[in-house]
Design a protein around this ligand. Structure first.
Ligand code: ZN
Length: 404
């Protein structure tokens, strides 16, 4: 090639431009060809070619026409949700939540099952149940689903597709999770860490939508975070970034599931709170908790601890405040490292848990470097309990878009 500009370069550029146009349509809603030409900084001929191709394969549709009285009416174009639909499954230690997401990012339906026994075999069966419910609610057949996205509470080696370690699901260590789900449902499957996918959902559709650098803290049975740098999820070199729950904040503190001592997760996560509350019960230190707890299990859940605290139990109030302070240390340290414009707090641990949340925010504001948080926002997740499942489905669509 004389120009040094080959066919593969042209194909690359064309695909890049198509992804750019899709992203504008998704983020800004219906646009005319003229609007797209301006926003994508592409000439009208290129836009016309791209739109013709997208109309032909059904990924965009004309949603309205507008006229200013002169010439041909302008056609307003939008992405067609039915072009592709994916399922997202958030598999947690306490729940399996699923959504069907369409090409525009709309949640078509959701389904949740609370998990009491998080043994590996039962979880696989519960995933089947959630899948069946989602297909029934959305009135879609499995053939109409393009991909399945899994959010997993533990490490997945992105190079091999195998789980490395699952602290909150028994028996899911060193599992070829991608192969298992691909064989199970006959679909292409993508999987990633649950906190990272929560961050992806908040970035694309939630509280992080207008930001470039954010940290999303996922507080639940375990503790993790998703890091976004320049509007891109930062996975780390082997996909194990964001393990804020396993940063040590108390030398010689409680034993953690990772085998070390004093991690935030061992002091302030959902499972750590249950363990601490069990000690209170054993020592008869919390009369209120012995009334709010489920007598069948005798393992206090965060919900039951929060209830006892709300009913005035001093020990439970103290336990939640301490946990809030430890998580705050993790947030403060992360802010010092990343310098985000916004911190987003999500996960089931903060649900109706004002005592914990208020103490955590108070500590961050008091102890973080003031220059770093002067203009930084801190907000609760906009997508709530669905965030991770939405992120799980969103990962399946990422290759279609170009976020800059
Ligand atoms: Zn740990």
């Amino acid at each position: 090639m004389k120009s040094g500009y080959g066919k593969s370069d042209q194909t690359f550029l064309r695909n890049y431009n198509i992804r750019k146009v899709r992203t504008i349509l998704r983020e800004e809603g219906p646009c005319s060809r003229v609007d797209l030409s301006v926003k994508a900084n592409l000439d009208k001929k290129t836009i016309t070619n791209i739109i013709n191709e997208m109309l032909k394969n059904g990924e965009v549709e004309v949603v309205s026409k507008s006229s200013n009285g002169a010439g041909r009416p302008k056609e307003n174009l939008a992405l067609n949700g039915e072009y592709s639909r994916c399922i997202g499954l958030d598999i947690g230690g306490t729940h399996i939540t699923g959504v069907v997401l369409d090409f525009t990012g709309k949640v078509l339906c959701e389904h949740n099952i609370d998990v009491v026994n998080n043994d590996s075999d039962i979880l696989f069966q519960l995933c089947d149940l959630v899948m069946e419910e989602l297909l029934e609610k959305s009135k879609l057949s499995i053939d109409e689903i393009d991909k399945i996205g899994i959010a997993f509470p533990g490490h997945i080696d992105i190079r091999t597709g195998r789980t490395v370690l699952s602290e909150n699901i028994q028996g899911w260590d060193d599992l070829p999770i991608l192969d298992i789900f691909t064989e199970k449902y006959g679909k292409e499957v993508m999987a990633n860490d649950c906190s990272r996918l929560m961050a992806l959902a908040e970035l694309r559709y939630g509280a992080g939508n207008d930001e470039r650098n954010i940290i999303v803290f996922d507080l639940g049975l375990g503790i993790g975070c998703g890091i976004v740098i320049n509007r891109k999820i930062f996975p780390g070199s082997t996909g194990m970034s964001g393990e804020v729950g396993h940063t040590i904040v108390k030398v010689d503190g409680s034993r953690c599931t990772c085998g070390r001592n004093g991690c935030i997760e061992a002091l302030a996560s959902g499972w750590a709170l249950s363990k601490q509350a069990m000690d209170l019960l054993k020592n008869n230190e919390s009369p209120m908790l012995s009334k709010t707890i489920n007598k069948n299990t005798m393992i206090p859940t965060t919900k039951e601890i929060v209830l006892a605290a709300k009913l005035g139990d001093d020990k439970c109030i103290q336990l939640l405040k301490n946990a809030g302070r430890y998580v705050a240390i993790g947030i403060i340290n992360s802010i010092s490292i990343i310098n985000p414009s916004k911190v987003i707090i999500g996960g089931r641990l903060i649900r109706d848990n004002d005592i914990f949340y208020d103490e955590m925010i108070k500590t961050v504001k008091k102890d973080a470097i003031s220059e770093l948080i002067k203009d930084m926002k801190i907000e609760v997740s906009a997508l709530g309990d669905l965030a991770t499942a939405i992120g799980a489905a969103t990962q399946c669509f990422e290759e279609f878009f170009e976020y800059e």
